[in-house]
Structure formats: structure tokens, C-alpha cells
Design a protein around this ligand. Structure first.
Ligand code: C5P
Length: 224
């Protein structure tokens, strides 16, 4: 490998959780720290790629040389991705996008009235950002290499293999081991059309560099 193994590539990466507002002071989110996505953005930039990072609400510094777009909700994340993806040659979705959002947003804070009644809440499904991008003409024409992540609590290989096919991505990366949210290290299971490969337990920075290597190896077939 050369140090600049992603020279000439433009990576678009999503990271962190999304925040789905209920009212002006409340919302639904999850415990994603954004660390894996930020580590990938840093590793890809160091490997010579132009990098755009679409980040949900996280407390992490922007890696040097990376263009960052901050968003809150899944729909804002999708909008930011759609506005940037045209220039990208690689799309990596690490964000833990909320599956559902409250069906209605209350402009005013929902008040507790002392009666003991609880507010009824219904949800609607959020768009699947990765699946949408992977089905685009750009991806189907081989001009955009798409990578998804999967965090499963059990049967990782089975669920992640199914997820790879359902989302229509060439490479799906499974988080091995229990809840990696917030941690500085992880282990990854790579699943592509040829089989699987494990990246053993290491810091997210090391894993991000290894993942960049693995993606660089797979690119020629997609971006000739
Ligand atoms: O379906 P699931 O959420 O497990 O899939 C995980 C993968 O899909 C991750 O790469 C995640 O970033 C992406 N995803 C997305 N939009 C969603 C849900 C998941 O881009 N609404």
C-alpha cells in the first residue's frame, strides 16, 4: 500500500446518533458516540481522500482537513447526504440513525398537568439513508462504493449477511462483541460477496486504518 491509497477518492461518511424531536426541549436519541465514523473520516483523510463527514449530535472534534456538516434528525442527515453524495466515490454509513421519529412535533413544550395522565405518542418510520444511496443510479453504475455497518446483539453473521443483501451494499461491517457504543475499541467482521474477514480487537483508530486498506483493495473493481 502507498500512504495515499485513497488519493483521488471522495469519501462521504455519516456518524453518530440522530435526535428526533418531540417538543422544543425533548427528543429521542441513542448512545452512539460517533467515534468509529470520526476515526474513519480521519484515516481516509490521512490516506489522501477528500472527506465530508455528516455528523449527528456528538461531542467530538472535527478531524483535520475534514469538511463537517452537523445535523440532528434522520431527515436532516438524509438531506445533507443527498446534497453531498454526487461528488462522492465512497459512501460509508456508520451513523446509528433512529428507526422511528415521533409522528408529530409539538411547537410548545408538552406540559405535565398533574392529573397523572401520560401523553400518547405515535411514531413513523425514518428513511433508510444507506439503502437509498445504495439503490441510486450512481451506485448502480459502479461510481460509488457503499459500505454499511451493523450492530447486532446476537447471530451477527446471519443478520449482517442478510442486511448486506437487503441494503444492497458490496461491503457490510459488523461490530463484533457486545455494545461498542462509546468505547474506544472494537473488533469488526467484514462481509462482502466473497466471504468474511475478521479485524481483531483493536482501537477504533487502528480499525479505521485497516478498514481504509480493505476498501482501497476493493475499489478498482468498482471505480475503474
Ligand atoms: O438497519 P440497520 O439500522 O441495522 O442498518 C445499519 C446500517 O444502515 C448502518 O450502516 C446505518 O448507518 C445505516 N442506516 C441508515 N439509515 C437508517 C438506518 C440505518 O443509513 N434509517
Amino acid at each position: 500500500f502507498t500512504a495515499k491509497r485513497l488519493q483521488g477518492q471522495h469519501l462521504l461518511v455519516t456518524a453518530g446518533p440522530t435526535f428526533e424531536a418531540i417538543d422544543p426541549v425533548r427528543g429521542i436519541t441513542n448512545l452512539s458516540s460517533g467515534k468509529m465514523g470520526f476515526a474513519i473520516a480521519r484515516a481516509a483523510q490521512e490516506a489522501g481522500a477528500q472527506v465530508t463527514l455528516v455528523a449527528g449530535p456528538v461531542h467530538l472534534p472535527t478531524p483535520r482537513g475534514v469538511v463537517r456538516i452537523n445535523v440532528q434528525s434522520a431527515r436532516q442527515m438524509q438531506e445533507a447526504v443527498q446534497s453531498q453524495v454526487g461528488r462522492a466515490t465512497i459512501f460509508i454509513a456508520t451513523a446509528a440513525v433512529a428507526d422511528w421519529r415521533p409522528a408529530e412535533f409539538s411547537d410548545q413544550k408538552i406540559k405535565k398537568d398533574g392529573s397523572g395522565d401520560v401523553p400518547a405518542m405515535s411514531f413513523v418510520e425514518n428513511p433508510d439513508i444507506l439503502a437509498g444511496v445504495a439503490q441510486s443510479a450512481q451506485a448502480k453504475a459502479g461510481k460509488l462504493y457503499c459500505v454499511g455497518f451493523a450492530a447486532e446483539s446476537h447471530d451477527l453473521l446471519k443478520h449482517a449477511t442478510a442486511k448486506r443483501l437487503r441494503k444492497g451494499v458490496p461491503l457490510l461491517v459488523g461490530n463484533i462483541g457486545p455494545a461498542t457504543f462509546g468505547k474506544d475499541d472494537n473488533a469488526l467482521l467484514l462481509i462482502d460477496g466473497k466471504g468474511t474477514k475478521e479485524l481483531p480487537h483493536a482501537s477504533k483508530d487502528v480499525l479505521a486504518r485497516q478498514l481504509v486498506d480493505e476498501i482501497a483493495l476493493r475499489l478498482p473493481a468498482v471505480n475503474p
